[in-house]
Design a protein around this ligand. Structure first.
Ligand code: OXD
Ligand code: MN
Length: 596
C-alpha cells in the first residue's frame, strides 16, 4: 500500500460508493498477471491458447454490444462549456458527476475493486506522467499490465504527495449474491455507458464498457484527452502519433512522428520493413507521442505506452511481419476466431481454418460467408517483444523529432508527399487533414471526414485553442529546433481507379526524401500547396512505374484544389471564433496561390 493520503482517501471514497467485495492494490508482478489470467480461464472468461505455438496467450470474447470505443458516449466536461469546443460532447461537471454517481452506487457488488497505479512513459522520466486506475475488470488489469508500467515502483515515484490522474472505471454489472458471472460483464445499454473526462481536475470516469479505449484508461482517455490539456497548460504536445527511428545506409538516424486517423495503418507504418536496400525503420511507438522541448531546444518524444493494442484483422506476415512476430507470446487476443488447434485466426491472416469458433462464441466456417473475427478484434502485446523495437525506445530523455507527418486516405487531389513551407503552414496542413471513410459503420463510404491531426476524437479541449497551442509552440521555438512538417497520401488512385502507390515498405522511399530534406539535401519544387520532390528527387529505383504514373502521384491540379476550398471553409466555420487568425490567413494565401 501507499503512504499517499489523498490516493488512499480517493480509493476509500470509491470503495464506499461501489461496494466491492474486496479491494486489491496491483503490484504489477508476473505472479499477479498469472494469477488473474488463471482465474479468468477457470471462470470461462478467457481461453488459454496452445502453449507450444502461442505461449502464455489468452483469447477473450466481448459482449456483442461492447466492441469498440463509443465516441457518441464520450464527454469532455470542462468547467466552461466553450472550452470543450464544438467537436466534443459536454455536460456541466457537477451534473455529470451526480448522474454517474447514481450508476456507480453499488456497481461493484460481488466483484473485486482493483487499484492500478500506472506510469505513462518510462517510470521517472521527466516526460512521463502517473495515473491510478480503479477498475472492477481483471481483463482491464492484465491489459494495463501490458499497455503501461504498473505497480509498486509507480507508487514509490508518487511518494506521499505526487500528482496523479484519477481514472475511475466500472463495467457496470454488479453481481447479486449467488449470481453467476458472464464471460464479458458490461452494461449493454448504450445510453448507460459514459466515457467522461473532467480535464480541469484531471479526472476520468468511465462506466458500462470493458472494451479498449473505453476501459484501458491510460491510453486514449489519459494519454490523449487529459494529457492534451496538461500539454496545453504546460507548453508541450500530447499527440495521436506513431514514432519511428529511421536509419540510412551510412548508419545515420533521425526520428520521425506521424499522425494518421484511426485504421489508416499506423501500426504497419511503425514496424515497416523498407524495400530500399540499406534503409532501416525501427519502432518507438505505434499510437501516441508525448513531445517536450528539451534543454537543447529540440522537441524530444517518448511513447507513453508499453504495449501495442492493435487491430488484428488485416495484420499478416505480408502486411506487418514484425507485428506477427511480436504477438506470438504473452499476448491477449480479443474477438478473434478460435481455431480447432487452440490458435487464433482473423480475416486476411492467411488460409482460414476449415472451421472454428467465431468472436461471438458460435461454431463458424469460412464457407458461411460471415466474418469470423470482429472487424475491431485486437491484440494486446508487449512492445519489448517487437523484433524492430529501437533500443532507445524507453530512454527517459526521449528522442529528438526531426519530422512530423500528417496524412489520410485520399483517392484524388492530394499528392504523395508535400513539405510545409514553415511551421505555421504545417499546422495549417494538419488542421485540414481528412480521410475518406472505408467502413460503412463509421459513415458513408468515400465521404471525407476531416480529422485534424488525427485528434478529432481525442482532443480534450477546443480544437481552435488546440491549433493556437500548436502555433504557440512554433513561435516559442527557434525554426531550426522545430521538426519539419509533411503531408503524405499513400492512397491516390489513377483515373482508372488503380492505386498509384504500392505503400507498405515502399513508403520508405518517401521517408528517404524526407531524411534528405532534413539533412539539407534532397531537392524540392514550390507549388501552391507546398514543396514537392523535384524531378528525380524521389527514389523510384526498382519500381515498375511509368513516367506518367510518377507524374500523376505528384500532380497538383489547381482546379481540383480550388474545389477543396469550400469544404475547408465549412470545416473552419464549424470551429467558430476560436480558430486562430493565422490559419484563416493560410487559407486565404492558398486561395490566392491557386488563382495565380
Ligand atoms: C486506436 C484508435 O485504437 O485510434 O488506436 O482508435
Ligand atoms: Mn489510435
Amino acid at each position: 500500500m501507499t503512504k499517499h493520503k489523498p490516493l488512499r482517501a480517493w480509493v476509500e471514497e470509491w470503495r464506499a460508493l461501489c461496494e466491492p467485495k474486496a479491494v486489491h492494490w496491483c503490484d504489477g508482478s508476473q505472479a499477479e498477471y498469472d494469477r488473474l489470467s488463471n482465474e479468468m480461464v477457470a471462470s470461462g472468461a478467457a481461453t488459454r491458447l496452445d502453449g507450444a505455438r502461442w505461449p502464455n496467450c489468452l483469447l477473450f470474447r466481448s459482449d456483442p454490444s461492447d466492441v469498440a470505443r463509443v465516441e457518441e458516449r464520450t464527454f469532455i466536461c470542462s468547467t466552461i462549456r466553450e472550452d470543450a469546443g464544438p467537436t466534443n460532447n459536454w455536460m456541466e461537471p457537477a451534473e455529470m458527476k451526480a448522474l454517474m454517481r447514481k450508476s456507480y452506487q453499488g456497481c461493484m457488488q460481488g466483484r473485486t475493486l482493483y487499484v492500478i497505479p500506472y506510469s505513462m512513459g518510462p517510470i521517472g522520466s521527466p516526460i512521463a506522467n502517473i495515473g491510478v486506475e480503479i477498475t472492477d475488470s481483471p481483463y482491464v488489469v492484465v491489459n494495463m499490465h501490458i499497455m503501461t508500467r504498473v505497480g509498486t515502483k509507480v507508487l514509490e515515484v508518487l511518494g506521499e504527495h505526487g500528482e496523479f490522474v484519477r481514472a475511475m472505471h466500472s463495467v457496470g454489472a454488479p453481481l447479486a449474491p449467488g449470481q453467476k458471472d458472464v464471460a464479458w460483464p458490461c452494461n449493454p445499454d448504450i445510453q448507460k455507458k459514459f466515457i467522461t473526462h473532467f480535464p480541469d481536475t484531471r479526472e476520468i470516469w468511465s462506466y458500462g464498457s470493458g472494451y479498449g479505449g473505453n476501459a484501458l484508461l491510460g491510453k486514449k482517455c489519459h494519454a490523449l484527452r487529459i494529457a492534451s490539456v496538461q500539454a496545453r497548460d504546460e507548453g508541450w504536445l500530447a499527440e495521436h502519433m506513431l514514432i519511428i527511428k529511421l536509419t540510412n545506409p551510412a548508419g545515420k538516424s533521425i526520428y520521425v512522428a506521424a499522425a494518421f486517423p484511426s485504421q489508416c495503418g499506423k501500426t504497419n507504418f511503425a514496424m515497416m520493413e523498407p524495400t530500399l536496400p540499406g534503409w532501416k525503420v525501427q519502432t518507438i511507438g505505434d499510437d501516441i507521442c508525448w513531445m517536450k522541448r528539451a534543454a537543447d531546444g529540440r522537441w524530444h518524444a517518448i511513447n507513453p505506452e508499453a504495449g501495442f493494442f492493435g487491430v488484428a484483422p488485416g495484420t499478416s506476415l505480408k502486411s506487418n511481419p514484425n507485428a506477427m512476430r511480436t504477438i506470438q507470446r504473452n499476448t491477449i487476443f480479443t474477438n478473434c476466431v478460435l481455431t480447432p488447434d487452440n490458435g487464433v485466426w482473423w480475416e486476411d491472416l492467411g488460409a482460414p481454418p476449415a472451421q472454428g469458433v467465431d468472436w461471438q462464441g458460435k461454431e463458424w466456417s469460412p464457407a458461411s460467408g460471415k466474418k469470423g473475427a470482429h472487424p475491431n478484434a485486437r491484440f494486446t502485446a508487449p512492445a519489448r517483444q517487437c523484433p524492430v523495437i529501437a533500443p532507445e525506445w524507453e530512454d527517459p530523455a526521449g528522442v529528438p523529432i526531426s519530422a512530423i507527418l500528417f496524412g489520410g486516405r485520399r483517392a484524388s487531389v492530394v499528392p504523395l508527399v508535400t513539405e510545409a513551407r514553415d511551421w505555421q503552414h504545417g499546422v495549417f496542413m494538419g488542421s485540414i487533414m481528412g480521410s475518406e471513410m472505408t467502413a460503412a459503420a463509421f459513415g458513408t463510404i468515400g465521404v471525407l471526414r476531416r480529422d485534424p491531426m488525427a485528434m478529432l476524437p481525442f482532443c480534450g479541449y477546443h480544437m481552435g485553442d488546440y491549433f493556437a497551442h500548436w502555433l504557440k509552440v512554433g513561435r516559442e521555438s527557434r525554426a531550426e529546433d522545430l521538426p519539419r512538417i509533411y503531408y503524405v497520401n499513400w492512397f491516390r488512385k489513377s483515373a482508372e481507379g488503380q492505386w498509384l502507390w504500392p505503400g507498405f515498405g515502399d513508403n520508405a522511399r518517401v521517408l528517404k526524401w524526407i531524411f534528405e530534406r532534413v539533412e539539407r539535401g534532397g531537392s524540392a519544387v514550390e507549388t501552391p500547396i507546398g514543396r514537392l520532390p523535384a524531378a528525380g528527387a524521389l527514389d523510384f529505383s526498382g519500381l515498375d512505374m511509368s513516367a506518367e504514373e510518377q507524374a500523376e502521384l505528384f500532380s497538383v491540379d489547381p482546379a481540383a484544389w480550388r474545389a477543396e476550398l469550400p469544404g475547408i471553409r465549412e470545416h473552419y466555420a464549424k470551429l467558430g471564433e476560436r480558430l486562430p487568425a493565422a490559419l484563416r490567413e493560410e487559407l486565404s494565401a492558398l486561395e490566392r496561390k491557386l488563382q495565380g
